[in-house]
Write a protein that binds this ligand. Structure first.
Ligand code: UT7
Length: 325
């Protein structure tokens, strides 16, 4: 049987850092509230001229270099993003051009914060069936473009960045299993809305037709905690493993309290959980690969470790991946 293995990781964060103190000047909030309720201290924001594919490119190149591969080796390119450069061509095609890859399949996946887990699941299937041998899987976002900067309930949370992995065919796993789900019944709890005079005070936004994130945070929070608790059980059961077999939990970085709840559910000490929400904020599809790359590069995650990735987001969508690194 052919398995898929992660052979390289990479990530990129835009230079500009937006602190909680700066947000205090923009909306009625406080550094203390943001830290206590979310765990976020700062986040990175793309420059005016940086699009999602501009963040994805350095992340992709770093992952390729870590895997000892060149763009010419890539035979599948998937970008998970909620904030594509354009409606079309896909961000994957625009990135393909930037990387100088020609002819491989390239497409975007839209599953909001679960996007990277969805993309990993799809790429895993391509490799298992022999349809691809070297896949570049990326989560990249410029969420700052769809944040309503007048809404203190969301503008303190979301941020920009990109993370990437190279997946290659291998005799041994690799990706042990992936589990992806969705339920559109919850679409209204976390969605995008066209601005109106009531929900956006910036007239420029009304003119350019941008849509903004709108979230019933408290309701999303409760469902996220329960759903992530269920999916980690589903994942461990499928592999016949227990939480004691997990070396690292690499969760979606939405809120430190959601991460802590999942760790408690697994009875996993926080020392075995990769946390980047404090410095990255919620980068949606980029958050899991950004956290994974952070822990690979700082030496915490080592070859042979068993890693559980999980994510939850708009849709609702949710998913997980069990990995032998
Ligand atoms: O990544 C996709 C999935 N997304 C998530 O998983 C996010 C899930 N939700 C959350 O992380 C949390 O619900 C939030 C961080 C968004 C909000 O935290 P919370 O503890 O659920 O607060 P809340 O919405 O229940 O609001 C509590 C209070 C409210 O004031 P009142 O009504 O009690 O007077 C809010 O208006 O906190 C107020 N509030 C704020 N205060 C200061 C909301 N945002 C802020 C803010 N600064 N930025």
């Amino acid at each position: 049987m052919i398995h898929a293995r992660i052979t390289g990781t990479g990530s990129y964060l835009p230079e500009r850092i937006l602190t909680n103190q700066e947000l205090e000047q923009m909306v009625e909030t406080s550094d203390l509230w943001i830290r206590e309720r979310t765990g976020i201290e700062q986040r990175h924001i793309a420059a005016k001229d940086q699009l999602t594919s501009d963040l994805a490119e350095p992340a992709a190149r770093r992952a390729l270099a870590a895997a000892g591969k060149t763009p010419a080796d890539v035979d599948l390119l998937i970008v998970a993003t909620t904030t594509p450069d354009r409606i079309f061509p896909s961000t994957a095609c625009l990135l393909q051009q930037k990387l100088g890859i020609h002819g491989s399949p390239a497409f975007d996946i839209q599953a909001v914060c679960t996007g990277f887990v969805y993309a990993l699941s799809v790429a895993d299937k391509f490799i298992q069936t022999g349809a691809a041998k070297c896949a570049l899987v990326i989560g990249a976002e410029t969420l700052s473009r769809i944040v309503n900067w007048n809404d203190r309930g969301t503008c303190v949370l979301f941020a920009d960045g990109a993370g990437a992995v190279v997946l290659e065919a291998s005799d041994t796993p690799g990706i042990i299993s992936t589990h992806i789900h969705a339920d559109g019944a919850y679409e209204s709890l976390l969605t995008t809305v066209k601005p109106s005079a009531e929900n956006d005070l910036n007239p420029a936004h009304l003119a350019d037709g941008t849509a903004f994130i709108e979230m019933k945070g408290n309701e999303v929070f409760k469902i996220a905690v329960n759903t992530l608790g269920r999916i980690v059980d589903e994942t461990l059961d499928a592999a016949g493993l227990t939480a004691a077999d997990i070396d690292w939990l690499v969760p979606h970085q939405a809120n430190i309290r959601i991460i802590q709840a999942t760790a408690r559910k697994l009875d996993l000490p926080m020392e075995r959980v990769v946390v980047t929400v404090n410095t990255h904020g919620n980068t949606s599809a980029a958050s899991v690969p950004l956290a994974l790359d952070t822990a690979v590069r700082d030496g915490r995650i080592k070859r042979g470790d068993t890693i559980l990735l999980e994510a939850f987001g708009g849709g609702f969508t949710w998913g997980s991946a069990l990995i032998r690194y």
